[in-house]
Ligand binder design. Structure first.
Ligand SMILES: [Zn+2]
Length: 189
C-alpha cells in the first residue's frame, strides 16, 4: 500500500466492501446530518461541509502520487503562474511546459469538467494541448481523455495511478466516517 496510515485495516475493509458490492458502508444512511441538516445518503459523509479538509487531502494525495511517478527530468513543481492561477503540477516534456491538474467530478459532467480545466489554464505559455486535466469520478474512474493525455509522460503507469486513486478515495471515506461518527457522538453527549 502507498504511504503510512493509521487506518490500514479499515481502508482494506472499505476496499473489500466496494469490490464485493456489499451494502452501504454509511452507518448514518437515511438520518438527517446533525452537522449540516441534509438527509444523509451513502456518500454524505464525504460530501458534507465538515469533511472539506479530508477532500483536500484526497486531492493532494493523488497529486503527490502523480509527482512521484514523474521522472526527475520533468522538473515537476506547483508554483503559482503569472496569471495567479495555481495548477497542481507544472512540468516539462522536451523543454515544453505542461500543466497537470487533478479534479473530482460526477460521471455526467466528466467531459465538461475536462474541457473546463483546459480552458482555465490556456494562455501563455500553455495551449489546450499542454494542459492535462486529470478528472476522477467519485467512484475512482479516471476520464479516458485524461488517460490519453497522460501518455505524453509514459513513466506515469496508469495502473499505479489507479492504485493511488483508489487508496486515497478509500482513505478519505474511512476518515470522513470516523470524523462524522465522532462529531455526532459529541453532539449527543
Ligand atoms: Zn452533513
Amino acid at each position: 500500500m502507498l504511504g503510512a496510515s493509521n487506518y490500514p485495516d479499515s481502508v482494506m475493509y472499505y476496499l473489500t466492501s466496494l469490490r464485493f458490492d456489499k451494502e452501504s458502508s454509511c452507518k448514518f444512511e437515511g438520518r438527517i446530518c446533525p452537522l449540516c441538516s441534509s438527509k444523509m445518503d451513502r456518500d454524505h459523509v464525504i460530501k458534507c461541509i465538515h469533511t472539506s479538509a479530508i477532500r483536500t487531502n484526497r486531492h493532494d494525495g493523488i497529486v503527490n502520487a502523480i509527482k512521484k511517478l514523474l521522472n526527475k527530468s520533468r522538473k515537476a513543481s506547483s508554483k503559482q503562474l503569472e496569471n495567479l492561477l495555481k495548477p497542481d503540477i507544472v512540468m516539462e516534456v522536451n523543454n515544453v511546459k505542461y500543466v497537470i491538474d487533478v479534479t473530482f467530478s460526477v460521471e455526467d459532467v466528466q467531459y465538461s469538467k475536462y474541457l473546463g480545466k483546459k480552458r482555465k489554464y490556456k494562455g501563455d505559455p500553455f495551449t489546450e494541448d499542454t494542459v492535462i486535466p486529470v478528472v476522477v469520478q467519485y467512484n475512482g474512474i479516471i476520464s479516458q481523455h485524461s488517460v490519453e493525455d497522460l501518455k505524453i509522460v509514459p513513466e506515469v503507469d496508469i495502473k499505479k495511478l489507479y492504485e493511488a486513486v483508489y487508496y486515497h478515495i478509500a482513505l478519505a471515506q474511512v476518515k470522513a466516517e470516523d470524523l462524522t461518527g465522532k462529531l455526532i457522538r459529541k453532539l449527543l453527549d
